[in-house]
Ligand binder design. Structure first.
Ligand code: PLP
Length: 379
């Protein structure tokens, strides 16, 4: 045991260098507020990078999903279809509005929303005389979901898609940016994401009116009047100009971060290719994942008894952080009473899956330490 070694984190913030310059500029010009030139410029950077026309910078990715649902007029007792295999933030805002989440299983090729189970879920809602108000697919760990099939069903039934690309900034499908496939796309800049503003998010899309409305709702829904006048319920969801300064610096190094995380994945894939029972999250042809987190599954029947908990605990002893894959929402106590469609793909992924240290700031000593201790679990 080597507890004296420095902690290796799953995914930690990685500043590029210019962030502090932008933050200092915010201080020097006294733009210390949830608006200002950094917010405007960060929004332009995000829209450009994500191949969308508009972006609204917000206080979190969760806020972006909440606003997206409000913009699509989700009411209490409406249905919203959501990928089950995800972080709870994808689904919580459905409940903020009192609507009913309908969870959908993953398929094995991307670990994301299974289009067949999606169609079952849509038909369930229709059998209850209600078209779902939205579909929320997720690009898990950066891996693009099967957006073509999902969008085709969405178009067929005329249901808007809110694309949860919180983990997928820098990922593409046939060259098209994740976040740009849906009617609205969601990004997150939380501390553990591929780039960070310490905390923050964005709503992106091509509909000028929707994104403008998101900015309006995010700043307390103030009507144009010299006094404070409100005809709608508003929210305090705007991004601070200080945080947006961090974001501008991070955008300048985003492509490097994607390259580094993909290199981490390649290194692990090569080092572990002989280990029996181990598989990596697959990347379909035409897909390009930012590999935000390198995610694996281990089948104890093929690995000679090694399972994900054995790996996790062995690495924890070495001061190396790993994490089980997201526990599916339909298995969470808080969501277990809501409808679910599909089989046991997500459940099995959770049972056997683990995320490895994936930060863009891991050096080769760190990565070698992970590889050595990981491999030794098989011995
Ligand atoms: C991080 C994350 C979010 C929420 O983003 P926050 O900025 O932390 O609110 C939403 N969905 C997924 C899949 C995420 O990983």
């Amino acid at each position: 045991m080597d507890n004296q070694s420095k902690k290796i984190w799953l995914s930690s913030p990685h500043m590029g260098g210019k962030e502090l310059t932008y933050v200092t500029e915010a201080f020097n010009t006294n733009w210390i507020a949830p608006l200002g030139p950094h917010v405007d410029n960060f929004e332009k950077d995000l829209a450009n990078y994500s191949q969308t026309s508009y972006a609204a910078a917000l206080s979190s990715g969760t806020a972006a999903i909440h606003l997206a649902l409000i913009l699509l007029n989700v009411q209490p007792d409406d249905f919203v279809i959501c990928q089950s295999m995800t972080f709870s933030a994808s689904a919580n805002p459905i409940r903020y509005l009192g609507a009913t989440p309908v969870f959908v299983d993953s398929e094995p090729n991307t670990w994301n929303m299974d289009p067949n189970a999606l169609e079952e879920a849509i038909n369930y809602c229709i059998s209850r005389n209600k078209l779902p108000k939205a579909i929320i697919p997720v690009h898990l760990y950066g891996m693009p979901a099967k957006m073509e099939a999902i969008n085709q069903l969405a178009a067929q039934y005329d249901i808007p898609v809110i694309e949860d690309a919180a983990e997928a900034l820098g990922s593409t499908n046939d060259g098209k940016a994740c976040g740009s496939f849906g009617k609205l796309g969601v990004l997150s800049f939380n501390g553990n994401k591929i780039i960070t503003t310490s905390g923050g998010g964005a709503l992106i899309g091509n509909d000028a009116e929707l994104i403008q409305k998101a900015r309006f709702l995010a700043t307390q829904a103030r009507d144009p009047a010299p006094h404070y006048q409100h005809s709608e319920i508003g929210y305090n969801y705007r991004m601070s100009n200080v945080c947006a300064g961090i974001g501008r610096g991070q955008m300048e190094v985003l492509n490097d971060r994607v390259a580094q995380r993909r290199a981490n994945f390649q290194l692990y894939a090569k080092a572990f290719q002989e280990l029996p029972g181990l598989e990596f999250q697959p990347e379909l042809e035409g897909s390009f994942s930012n590999r935000w987190l390198t995610a694996i599954t281990v089948d104890p029947k093929q690995s000679g008894g090694v399972d994900r908990e054995k790996i996790r605990l062995s690495l924890e002893k070495q001061n190396i952080e790993t994490r089980p894959l997201w526990k599916p929402m339909h298995l969470q106590p808080v969501f277990s009473s809501f409808p679910y469609f599909g089989g046991q793909i997500a459940e099995k992924l959770f049972e056997n899956g683990l995320c490895l240290p994936s930060g863009s700031n891991l050096n080769s000593d760190d990565l070698n330490r992970v590889i050595t201790h990981f491999s030794s679990v098989w011995q």
